[in-house]
Design a protein around this ligand. Sequence first.
Ligand SMILES: [Zn+2]
Length: 160
Amino acid sequence: MPLKVNVLSLARKSEHVTGELPAAEIAEGYRDELVSMGSPLAYDLDLEHQADGILMTGRLAMTVNCRCRRCLESFEQAVEIPAFAAVVPLEGEGAATCDGDFADLTPFLREDMYLVLPTNPLCSPNCCGLLKKSAEGVPDSEPPEDSGESPWGALDQLKL
Ligand SMILES: [Zn+2]
């Protein structure tokens, strides 16, 4: 079930809506080898009819299934937009699809959710990837060699 709102009744009175959009509804058009939708998208929104469209404010949250890009291990990650705000235009370019008096808000939630999904998922910031197994039991106290990540590192070496 997409999230649809009756525009006419919203124009008379603001609404508060809570519910869930099925993962499949959110995953539509989303292609990422390492990230897939793990749970429905939970929404908790205030809807207000304004001159330029429908103002949505509130909170969005869901869990996604990730695969670590270094070691390929699967893990879940919670993603949330705690202070979500968007205006859904009702006319002109990019306007909401309307079915009678009902405007479909789903694509606008989907769009913003995509922006916060992990793009390079890592099971942990220190994941050492496929070396993980062979490195097991080795204390990780050894500092990593200067990989030249900092330009100052290279400069320091020149000075020596
Ligand atoms: Zn990993």
